[in-house]
Design a protein around this ligand. Structure first.
Ligand SMILES: *[C@@H]1O[C@H](CO)[C@@H](O)[C@H](O)[C@H]1NC(C)=O
Ligand SMILES: *[C@@H]1O[C@H](CO)[C@@H](O)[C@H](O)[C@H]1NC(C)=O
Ligand SMILES: *[C@@H]1O[C@H](CO)[C@@H](O)[C@H](O)[C@H]1NC(C)=O
Length: 394
């Protein structure tokens, strides 16, 4: 590694919290050592060489100097908007999962990401990988655990390269809860993850399932405020022990299935009282709740004992992002549920969302007659600061 890039690494060491291995001149060796300490063999992944090369490249070429730390966003983006719903798609990830929910996985580059943000007035993006996360090899624990780790190392590299501009939610290898707890701890305490990304269902298992309870128990006790990002996934059926896409229509999952996935998993989290029992966990829900606001009364009215207590949680520990064309009409359903405007966040779903509705989402929030100028400013940046507080160095 060149001297200049070593200085670069020292700079983001100072800027980013909990940096584990950037101080080493060989990121590959450090990443392998950390994985080995957790009994994870990253080299069993067939994309290991490509992925680790991309991670090394990010560390070696990140355009960071003392002067531009935290300034990349401010210079380019006067509106200071925080995007809580953005996705990394390194080429190596697309190579192992090229299509999702009936659509091709989009191409993505950091340059395109930064250009998009500048164009939208976004100064900071909170990243995750999108569905299926690390569940590219259903039923294969060793590969799933290794892939989750590699994804988190990649995410951490991108975020360290742009301190002040990017943060990430970590992946965990559900449904393997022991490994998921360990990965969450590693990603949060060593890699600086701000929360954990999970899917509405993992290989057919919804979030309230008893097999995942030990994760919620442990995550509820994490010292950093536990924040769970609940991303929709493709619905599946298990037939003869093979997972089959359960979309009953000829329309892609992105049209409507993802919205029902969000509703299904909030239903499961609620009726199992997972959200009631683990009182530290905050939930970020994309697409202003998908189909949940339309279905909540039907789901809960027959459970009078948990009806009110559930709404009290949706109003305080649930946070709802705007990703997609949600502010034309859909947000009225969430407001109709009584969710305070202070629980609303801004998200884009870049690069997965088609550009037109995405830009429309920004324009729609800005144009909405339902919110005052101050409430819109809070949706764009204030509310997310309340949620994350000191977890993010604003
Ligand atoms: C970095 O570490 C890896 C794994 O130990 C090793 O294969 C590689 O040669 C090292 N690279 C450099 C430049 O030292
Ligand atoms: C979480 O903390 C509570 C209260 O300190 C404790 O009773 C419980 O055993 C802990 N659970 C786990 C899974 O660590
Ligand atoms: C939550 O606690 C209630 C009892 O108060 C119990 O019936 C329910 O099974 C618990 N659910 C979970 C997911 O822990």
């Amino acid at each position: 590694m060149k001297t200049s890039t070593i200085l670069t690494h020292v700079t983001f060491l100072v800027a980013a919290a909990s940096v584990a291995h950037a101080q080493d001149s060989n990121a590959t060796a450090t990443i392998i050592a950390a994985a080995t300490a957790d009994s994870i063999d990253l080299t069993i992944l067939n994309i290991f060489d490509t992925a680790i090369a991309e991670i090394e490249d990010v560390y070696d070429t990140a355009p960071i100097t003392t002067r531009n730390v935290g300034r990349i966003g401010r210079r380019a983006t006067p509106d200071n908007i925080v995007d809580v719903h953005a996705h990394f798609v390194p080429a190596w990830y697309k190579a192992i999962y090229p299509n999702v929910g009936g659509s091709e996985v989009p191409d993505w580059t950091m340059a395109a990401q930064l250009a998009f943000m500048a164009g939208q007035g976004i100064s900071r993006a909170l990243f995750s990988f999108s569905t299926p996360g690390p569940n590219v090899y259903p039923g294969n624990k060793i590969l799933t655990v290794a892939l989750a780790r590699l994804m988190n190392e990649q995410a951490a590299a991108y975020c360290r390269a742009y301190p002040g501009t990017f943060n990430f939610y970590a992946q965990v290898p559900f449904p393997y809860t022991t490994e998921a707890i360990r990965e969450a701890e590693y990603a949060i305490t060593k890699l600086g993850a701000i929360g954990i990304w999970v899917q509405s269902n993992t290989e057919g298992i919804y979030l309230g399932d008893a097999t995942l309870k030990s994760f919620f128990q442990a995550f509820n006790n994490f010292s950093q405020r536990p924040i769970l990002y609940v991303h929709p996934a493709v619905p599946v059926l298990r037939i003869n022990n093979v997972l089959v896409d359960a979309n009953p229509t000829t329309y892609i999952d992105g049209k409507i299935e993802f919205y029902f996935e969000t509703a299904r998993t909030i239903m499961d989290l609620t009726l199992t009282q997972t959200i009631h029992n683990f009182t530290n966990i905050n939930y970020v829900i994309p697409h202003v709740g998908g189909a949940y606001p339309s279905t909540v009364d039907r789901i809960l009215k027959s459970y009078p004992t948990i009806y009110d207590s559930s709404f009290a949680i949706y109003d305080t520990r649930f946070w709802w992002d705007s990703a997609g064309p949600t502010y034309a009409h859909q947000v009225s359903g969430l407001l109709g549920m009584g969710v305070p405007k202070s629980q609303l966040l801004y998200g884009t779903d870049f690069p997965y969302a088609p550009l037109a509705p995405q830009a429309g989402s920004l324009a729609a929030v800005k144009a909405s007659p339902l919110f005052t100028a101050d409430e819109k400013t809070a949706i764009f940046s204030g509310n997310v600061r309340t949620l994350f507080g000191s977890i993010i160095s604003w």
